[in-house]
Design a binder for this molecule. Sequence first.
Ligand SMILES: C[S@@+](CC[C@H](N)C(=O)[O-])C[C@H]1O[C@@H](n2cnc3c(N)ncnc32)[C@H](O)[C@@H]1O
Length: 307
Amino acid sequence: MTGSFQRYLRAKRTIDDRALDRRLLGELRETLAARASAGDGPLRVLEAGAGIGTMITRLVGWEVLPPGTTHYTAVDLQSENIAALPDHLDRWADDRPDYAVSTDPLALVGPECRLEIERVDTDVVAYAERTAATHDLVIGAALLDILGLSNLRSLIGTLEPGGAFYFPITFDGGTRFYPAHDADRSVERHYHAHMDNKEGGSSRAGGETLARLQERPGVDVAAAGSDWVVTPADGGYRADEAYALRYILNSIEEAVAEITAGEFDPLEGWLDRRRAQVDAGELLYHTHQLDLFGRVDGSTPSGPDQE
Ligand SMILES: C[S@@+](CC[C@H](N)C(=O)[O-])C[C@H]1O[C@@H](n2cnc3c(N)ncnc32)[C@H](O)[C@@H]1O
């Protein structure tokens, strides 16, 4: 892939910030606050596919995590992401004099909270299976479209009875670009087919996960839209969002070329047009996603995915 995945994860943070559903985040905040006021000890969070840690700083900065100590385990398959996490915390804390990052062990410390962060570069499904029923919250952002529904059971299984799950920015079958181009629908179809073709991948993961969770006894789930809408602003794009757009166009190029075995002739012209529109600050990008939040009451210890 041309481009840095870690820079892409940093660049998409502002897009995620706009997209995340505030009602569900409020419900998450209230759930964690209620647990904290019950005096149940340090909060134990497992983040699956944590990338470079943008969810960590968001949950602290937006005061979603309760005051007190949180043990936060950030798991990602890619060691480069996990390696970049302390740098992300440092950059974030640089602008916030009330917060400090300490290393060895890694911790983010604020006026009222202390996050002790463990970084693990491994497959989160195996990790979740090894740590069954030991977490209060499991998070997986922009993950379930690549992880596969069959692994939902292991992720939820890492929760203690009464634990909560939060799966925001779960892709759900819409990739749109404007101004319109004749090849848009074919590009979208091939791009989604490529997702569906990957083991465990699904271009409709948001709705499928919601349906799966809803039909399970002992699981309470709420959902809301969290579409990405990237629009030009003042002739360019906000923050580093132009980089995110270019990275996505590169991903689409690779995916469509692979799934069509290089036999989709309009691709090159479509990409040239879209890249020129990013350079000119004219491209609008819209994807459809769902945020999912809920709780497990513990009556189904083997998780929501048991058949
Ligand atoms: C689209 S990125 C999202 C990263 C981060 N959640 C964010 O929103 O910035 C998906 C991440 O999941 C990780 N991932 C995919 N499959 C995984 C697995 N089986 N175990 C652990 N991490 C995984 C990838 O390495 C990647 O960093």
